[in-house]
Design a protein around this ligand. Sequence first.
Ligand SMILES: [Zn+2]
Length: 120
Amino acid sequence: MGRMLLEAMLGLAREQHPHEVVLLLRGRTKGDTVRVEDFLVPPLAVGGSGFAEFPLHMLPIDFSIVGTAHSHPSGVLRPSVGDLNHFYGRIMILLAHPYTLTKAAAFNARGERLPIEVRD
Ligand SMILES: [Zn+2]
């Protein structure tokens, strides 16, 4: 994914801290590779009660949604049990406090960490 895109997501997370932010990731998949091209801020995503309570099942089906991202104001850079139970799409990106590039990580539905390739 592009560095500016990741920086924008981290910036949003930083702005909303200590609240959690939930984002929908748009892009395309090719084999095992997911290319994130854009993100959406879903309605009610900011300042809500968090990812595990977010009504992803109420969103319209959009096949360009490749996954989700949300922040962890606690700084923990791994998915919670609730996160994995609410997995949506192919990947989940976590943005952990203090929201630097090294505090972003991607995971699959089994909670295994995936490499992120950041391009300039
Ligand atoms: Zn979480």
